[in-house]
Design a protein around this ligand. Structure first.
Ligand code: NDP
Length: 283
């Protein structure tokens, strides 16, 4: 644990590995732009020492922490209180330390939705959405997507049973008055209709793989969004673009989830455009 050794930091991002994380640069820029007197650093936790690392940081006066791979489930278990979006996601990426309590939140889903709605100018209301994947990232975005009142949300996954479990979990959110939404689960091969928004929340892009999708699910009006980001379009983005779709990667989601965490901690909402542009230029 290195919070003291690296100079005191009131906020950290905890993970393993962690040196690659862009969060310290993002939060430093947010703090400068909003005149917040705060410090934010990397904090490497041993794979078997997440809770101990958090407790030591709290004992040193830490105010909050972002949590990344592989500790989001442990953060969920460690929190003494959870927001409704953290409960729905089943994972925590933002911890706030306050009066001896550990508050657990999840800003990944709202980060994705902010990027799609505000930055890409895509309104979710009455749209047909296809969500590819049923892992942690997919689960975290379902509630914020449903809150946008789409007409339909289909979850397609390689292991169909996992998509079906998510449909069961989130079905009650589709039965709210004024928010009728058809929620469904299937395998990739069963997806044949066209969608307005297709979100790739699988980790296939990490191995430059493509979920086996029909190109006919895309149209020129479709936004194809890959949660992964990099200097080049992912294979999913290339495939969707070749079938006429507009494409977007997950860099904006990264920046927006950070902005939401910053807001949770500091009650100030930072502007994200300049940070996004700087990160994009540095990729
Ligand atoms: P998980 O390991 O929890 O889930 C992985 C998902 O991908 C599962 O649904 C799995 O299917 C599916 N999958 C894995 N390999 C393949 C493949 N070759 N073909 C088809 N499906 C596959 O990962 P996460 O949910 O945590 O992360 C998913 C992605 O989201 C990653 O690329 C990650 O980088 C990105 N992400 C981006 C963020 C951002 O801020 N931009 C934030 C969080 C995540 P099965 O269930 O069958 O195993």
């Amino acid at each position: 644990m290195s919070a003291a050794g690296a100079g005191f930091a009131a906020y950290v991002v905890i993970g393993n590995p962690i040196a690659h994380s862009k969060s310290p640069a993002i939060h430093a820029r947010f703090a400068a732009d909003t005149a917040q007197d705060m410090h934010y650093a990397h904090l490497l936790a041993p794979l078997d020492g997440f809770a101990a690392t958090v407790r030591e940081f709290v004992a040193q006066g830490g105010r909050g922490a972002n949590v990344t791979v592989p500790f989001k489930l442990e953060a969920y278990a460690l929190a003494s209180q959870l927001t409704s979006r953290a409960k729905a996601a089943g994972a925590v990426n933002t911890l706030t330390f306050e009066d001896g309590r550990i508050l657990g939140d999840n800003t990944d889903g709202i980060g994705l939705v902010s990027d799609i709605v505000r930055n890409a100018g895509f309104d979710l209301a009455h749209k047909k959405i296809l969500l590819l994947g049923a892992g942690g990232a997919a689960r975290g975005v379902i509630l914020p997507l449903l809150e946008g009142k789409p007409a339909q949300l289909v979850i397609a996954n390689r292991t169909v049973a996992k998509a079906e479990e998510l449909v069961q979990q989130f079905q009650p959110y589709c039965e709210q008055p004024g928010q009728p939404c058809i929620l469904g689960a299937c395998g990739f091969a069963d997806v044949s209709q066209q969608f307005d928004l297709v979100i790739n929340a699988t980790s296939a892009s990490l191995q430059a793989e493509l979920p086996p999708l029909a190109g006919s699910i895309f149209s020129p009006a479709t936004l194809a969004y890959d949660m992964m980001y990099g200097s080049q379009p992912t294979v999913f983005m290339q495939f969707a673009a070749a079938h006429g779709a507009q494409v977007r990667d997950g860099l904006g989601m990264l920046v927006e989830q950070a902005a939401e965490a910053f807001f949770v901690w500091r009650c100030v909402r930072p502007h994200t455009d300049a940070v996004f542009a700087a990160l994009r230029a540095a990729l």
